[in-house]
Design a protein around this ligand. Structure first.
Ligand code: PRP
Ligand code: URA
Length: 208
């Protein structure tokens, strides 16, 4: 599908297998989420714009570059929180704007409970961070919020996507690139990704 980018990096495949393992404890789980997020963000930001920046090396002037775009990291609470540190370490000048959504367990629809975005956009590129793209409802709602905030470039960086969620996000927002570590088989009757990794929030925060 156009604009969907599953990673084919061996480090991602290796780390993702340990992440999925039900025997992986929450300390290791958080470490892997952080590392995989950084690897995916590296791939997702390959098209960031640059502007010239002159610097002096100890030996000579050098015609270098700096990032031209102001970047916003948008973790979807709770599970997206664990992806922030890894991505932020690559782009420490990024702003972090949290969006709080949870899925109603019965309807699987996202319920918004936290949004402190200011009136005017303060960034030009947003990376939405959420490990799980299941039905896609949370991702679609977050892109809706960012579009209302008038952000020009929006990307989704997740870890595992179900075909249903990818199709939903793509149908509503086809211009939003979807970067993932893997695309899984399907959703089960409770809206969980199979084979997946279980509940990403509970496994990170030890609440399961
Ligand atoms: C999980 C996950 C996504 C959402 C994905 O969050 O982190 O935000 O479900 O499902 P969807 O694609 O069907 O919307 P959850 O609602 O479990 O909240 P939590 O992160 O606070 O545990
Ligand atoms: N949220 C999760 O944490 N896991 C899933 O498989 C689906 C939604």
């Amino acid at each position: 599908m156009h604009n969907v980018f599953p990673s084919n990096h061996p480090l991602v495949a290796h780390k993702l297998s340990t992440l999925r393992d039900k025997h992986t404890d929450s300390t290791k789980f958080r470490e892997l989420i952080r590392e995989i997020a950084a690897l995916l963000a590296y791939e997702a930001t390959a098209d960031l714009l640059l502007q010239p920046k002159q610097v002096e090396t100890p030996l000579a002037p050098y015609a270098g570059y700096e990032l031209r775009e102001r970047i916003g990291l948008i973790p979807i609470l709770r599970a997206g929180l664990g992806m922030v540190e890894g991505v932020w370490s690559l782009m420490p000048s990024a702003e972090v704007w949290h969006i709080g959504l949870y899925r109603d367990e019965r309807t699987l629809k996202p319920i918004e409970y936290y949004n402190k975005l200011p009136q005017e956009p303060t960034v030009s590129v947003c990376l939405i961070l959420d490990p799980m793209l299941a039905t896609g409802g949370s991702a679609v709602a977050t892109v809706d919020i960012l579009k209302r905030w008038k952000v020009k470039k929006i990307k989704f960086v997740g870890i595992i996507g179900a075909p249903e969620g990818i199709a939903n996000l793509h149908d509503h927002h086809p211009e939003v690139p979807i970067h993932l570590a893997a695309i899984d088989e399907r959703l089960n009757e409770r809206g969980y990704i199979v084979p997946g990794l279980g509940d990403a929030g509970d496994r990170q925060f030890g609440t399961g």
